[in-house]
Design a protein around this ligand. Structure first.
Ligand code: ACO
Length: 338
């Protein structure tokens, strides 16, 4: 029986720092409101027309992860790319990464699970490695939110939260079952699909020509901006985060005290703090960087995991827990022995 293990991590964020004060110049918001409700101080926004696209940022993160893994790009057997903000409607960014990195004709899979995307992607990679189908898998989470947000007062409840960036991990097959991914746990609840969504353009309700027609008729249209029922999402998030972390611990006969490092999806610092308190974890047992990057959705866990590792906060033998909740609703956790 094989296990899978992360052997390389990398992240990339655009240079352009956007503070809460910067946002308050273009919409009716303020630093105090944003920090108090979300913990966010600043985020990175990619500059349009640069190579910082969703796949471009993913490539930069992937190059670092591959180098740190000590493998060659030609050793990669499969690519998994998680995002809700792809470069193109189709094809997905997995093949763009393959092209940019000049990787041979291995499979490239795109994951559409929003904030839970990286957790889902790691779980998929783990299954492929455990069955022996692939040895080395490149997993990327990357988002370019800033070009698609409603940057007016109308959209402030959503647009102040999100930021751009990418993170990547290389997973490899291992025969040492004392380390690596112990289990992953995935859930979804489609009845709440529209509570956190971007409806148009989509084949379901409104395609591009419907949007253009309404705009031509002078009708206001917000269907192509993300919508979030913030308080409803918040309430569900705190419950599901707790449940799915507990599920992972129980599956492995672990207790709360066994968690050395929890990397929660960076949705809102208040959510992470609630979970920290509920699980009785110290500040050194939970990694947060939402203050600096905002919510980077599928990229938030790999960025945070990379930074925690770079800062020496994750050591060999540690029990590391990844947990996410987001649009879908989807949620999940990964339990690892580092
Ligand atoms: N600046 C100033 N005031 C604002 C802003 C802003 N940016 N945004 C909203 N307000 C105002 C509202 O208009 C409202 O004013 P009113 O009371 O006069 O009507 C007031 O602030 C409160 O608004 P709420 O939306 O109720 O604020 P809330 O406390 O719920 O905080 C937030 C909003 C931060 C979005 C919170 O609900 C949240 O974090 N929700 C969960 C987010 C999450 O976990 N998402 C999942 C991952 S994302 C993904 O999957 C893509």
């Amino acid at each position: 029986m094989y296990t899978s293990r992360i052997i390389g991590l990398g992240h990339y964020v655009p240079d352009n720092v956007v503070t809460n004060d910067d946002l308050s110049k273009i919409m009716d918001t303020n630093d105090a409101w944003i920090q108090e409700r979300t913990g966010i101080k600043e985020r990175r926004f990619a500059v349009k027309g640069t190579e910082d696209t969703t796949s471009g940022m993913g490539v930069k993160a992937a190059k670092i992860a591959i180098e740190r893994a000590g493998i060659d790009k030609d050793d990669i057997d499969f690519i998994i790319f998680a995002t809700l903000s792809p470069d193109y409607y189709f094809p997905g960014p997995g093949v763009m990464v393959q092209k940019e990195l000049d990787i041979k004709t291995v499979g490239a899979l795109d994951v559409r699970n929003q904030c839970s995307g990286f957790v889902y992607a790691i779980s998929v990679a783990d299954q492929f490695i455990k069955t022996g189908m692939y040895k080395n898998i490149l997993v990327i989470g990357s988002e370019l939110h800033s070009h698609g947000l409603d940057m007016t007062t109308r959209g402030r409840a959503v647009s102040v939260i999100f930021g751009d960036g990418a993170g990547a991990a290389v997973l490899t097959r291992s025969e040492d079952d004392s380390r690596g991914i112990l289990s992953s746990h995935l859930h979804s609840q489609g009845e709440h699909a529209e509570e956190l969504s971007l409806i148009a353009p989509g084949m379901g309700k409104r395609w591009v020509n419907d949007i253009i027609k309404d705009l031509d008729n002078g009708e206001e249209d917000t269907s192509y901006f993300p919508y979030m029922n913030g308080q409803f999402v918040f309430k569900n998030a705190v419950v599901r985060f707790s449940e799915v972390i507990m599920e992972g611990l129980l599956k492995n006969g672990l207790k709360k005290e066994d968690i050395d490092m929890l990397i929660p999806h960076q949705a809102n610092l208040r959510i992470a703090q609630f979970i920290q308190k509920k699980f009785g974890l110290g500040d050194d047992q939970v990694y947060n960087n939402i203050m600096r990057y905002g919510n980077t959705t599928a990229a938030s866990i790999p960025i945070a995991l990379t930074e925690a590792w770079e800062e020496g906060k994750i050591k060999e033998g540690d029990t590391v827990v990844l947990a996410a909740f987001g649009s879908g609703f989807t949620w999940g956790s990964v339990i690892m022995k580092w």
